[in-house]
Every structure is written in C-alpha cells, then in structure tokens.
Design a binder for this molecule. Sequence first.
Ligand SMILES: Cc1ncc(COP(=O)(O)O)c(C=O)c1O
Length: 415
Amino acid sequence: MHWDKLTHDEINNRIQQAIGENINYRDTPLLGIPGSFLDEEEFYPEAPFLEDSPFLATFVNNPNHIGCHTVTKEKSEPFFRGTQKLELEVIKICAEQILKGEEDQQDGYIAPGGTEANLQAIWLYRNYFQKEFNASINEIALIYSEDSHYSMPKAANILGLNQYVIAVDFESRQINLTDLDQQIKVAQRKGVKHFIVIQNMATTMFGSVDKIDRVTDYLVENDINFKLHIDGAFGGFIYPFTNSNNPLNFTNKHITSFTLDGHKMLQTPYGTGIFLIRKGYMKYGLTDEAKYVSGKDYTICGSRSGANSISIWMTLMTHGSMGWTVKMEHLLDKTASVCSKLDKLGIEYFREPKVNLITIKAKYISHQLAKKYNLIPNTSDEQPKWWKIVVMQHVKKGVLQQFLSELQAERSLVN
Ligand SMILES: Cc1ncc(COP(=O)(O)O)c(C=O)c1O
C-alpha cells in the first residue's frame, strides 16, 4: 500500500486548481441549474481565510457531485469536473491501495455515510438477482450476523427483503456456522434461491472482524448463489493499516463490494461514507429516468456535496499511507496498554487484535462508572451485557489511566 503525502501548499494548490475547473456560479451564464453559491450573507466568498482553507473554499464553491463518476467519467456533470477528479482519486486510493483492487477495476462514490453505502450494496444485489436470474423478491434474502450494524435490517425493510440474522459465539463474536446452515436451509425451504451476505471488517459494538473464509467455504461447498458485501464502516481506515495480512480486500474473489467510512476512523466531516464495488455492478442502480442529470444517477442519495470528497482527499494527502499507518499504530498501542491493565485486574473483555475497540463484560463495571466515562452499552435497556471503549484520537492517556484507577478501586471493593 502506498500513496505519497503532500504539503499543505501542494494540497491547497491542487484544490484551488480543481475549484477553478468547476463552473463559477458568479461569472457564467447559468440559467438552468437549480443550484447556486451559498447564501452570501452567511457564507461570504471574499472571506480572507478561504484562500488558505481549501475545504471551506470548496464548501463555499458548493459543487454537487451527483452521480457516479467512476462509471460515467467525462459524461458526468461538466460543471463540477475539477472536484470530481479529486473524488476519483479518493476512490482509486481506497479501492486499489487500501483494498488491493486491480487498476481501474472498481467503481465507487462518496456516500452520505456507512448506512447508505450498505444500502447501496444491498440494493444493487437485489436488482442484480432480479435482473440476471429473473428472481422474485421472495427468492432473495439478506443474511447478516447479530453483531452487524442496524443499517442491515433498515435495508431489508426499505428494499422489502426477507432477512435471516445469524447468531454469533458469545466469546469469539464469530458467526455460528450451525446457525448459518440451519437458517439457510429454512430460507431455502421457503423458496429463497439467492443470498446477499454481509460480513464485517470491525463490528460496531465489538470491533470484531469476521473470518470470512469460514462463511465463503460453507457457501461454496453448498453451492449457494450469493453476493458478499463487507461492511468496513468502522474498520476500513484502521484494519488494513494495522494488519498487513488483512484478508478482506478485492484479492478475495468472493467479495464484490465494501463500505468504508471517512467520518469514523479517518476523522473527516459527517457525510463521508465510501461505497466501492467491482466494475459491472453499478449498472443495477441506474435510474434511467434521471434524464436531466448528465451521466444520469446510480446512487441512492442523488445530490451530494463535493466538499465531502475533498475532505477525504485532503486527509489522505496530508498523511500519506505511511503517516496514516503510524497514526493507527499509535491508537493500537494505547488500546493494548488498556488491555494489559484489564488483564492484570482480571477483567474479561473482547478485543479483536489490530482494532482499537475494547468491549468489557458488564459484570466487571458499575453502571455509574461506565456512565461517568461515557462508555457505550450494547443495549439501551437497563441490563447491558457489555460496555465498549473506542480508543480514538481524542481519548487521552490521562483519561484512560484515571478510568482504570477508578475501575481498580471499584474492583478492590468487590473482591
Ligand atoms: C459497522 C458499521 N456499519 C455501518 C455504520 C453506519 O454508518 P453511518 O452512521 O455513517 O451511516 C456504522 C456506524 O456506527 C458502523 O459501525
């Protein structure tokens, strides 16, 4: 994995150049576009800091990145060509450098978030099975584990799909293969012939990474027709950097698509989900009726801010692949030091190696202490089984130490 870092000036110049290639609402006769620059009372364009603040400058320029530019390229909206090019670079880095895809063999776009990216995948596969296999809606089902994000049931609900939620082992958080087998057989008895399968690169509550070979071996051995999507909304910007043997990437022929999320580990603004898929599948999301949009539309969201793509591009360029790897390794070091303290205290927890999340069994920690430090429970009811700590950039060593010493004090009273 490699991409170079750029200096602040280099970043600024590239972005100002990209903005310069976009249409300027101010001096072009633009009579037909239902968009404009931002309200000038609030977002005045002559603000001096905009010259040195490429993200804000893009925000004020207000490009609309509607559509999917890896598919339509120069047929995409010509007004925002400059900033679209930087979005294409983001997709290329994520698909080819981070996820080891072959050159120019993936499509993708910057989605509003992980939820839409997951929904986009499931939508495309539903349409794929319907179109290519003439499948009825009842012949298609969505399969995901009980630890998967709630965007899966949301997708099943919106898309009218049957869903089968597979149990995981309480300790390892891995899919229970017996349950998978039983549920698939139940689905097949009900007439399901095609499966949309979700696996995770770091689940929301546990950070667990699914060992997908177990599942794909089962699916292949049982001759099951499936499409596999990986939800890397949480793990996508850490796990491939901290685990050089990350098996969840495009070199695995069973995987067709990924969700990544800039606004989690990459620390970009909200609105920076990333959807990536092998070439040949975006066409199942084509809305042909989007006739007024150059290049038409292949996404769920339609209009979307180009400034969001720029924020991802900037962050990737500011650090380069090496810088980002170092930053993620620091987070792992901090996570490991919390784990070794928990080990000394005899406190049980789940932690996926190479992920910055620790989920402590609730019996070891009082509700009061968990609340004081804003740990997140696995359920909002009164009886959580787990509390999680996510070791992000803002989680300082001092606060972790203070938390651990209060936990130690609490434990010594119990023991
Ligand atoms: C694993 C996983 N997938 C998907 C999502 C949804 O992301 P968003 O809130 O950006 O829609 C989340 C959010 O926490 C997540 O943790």
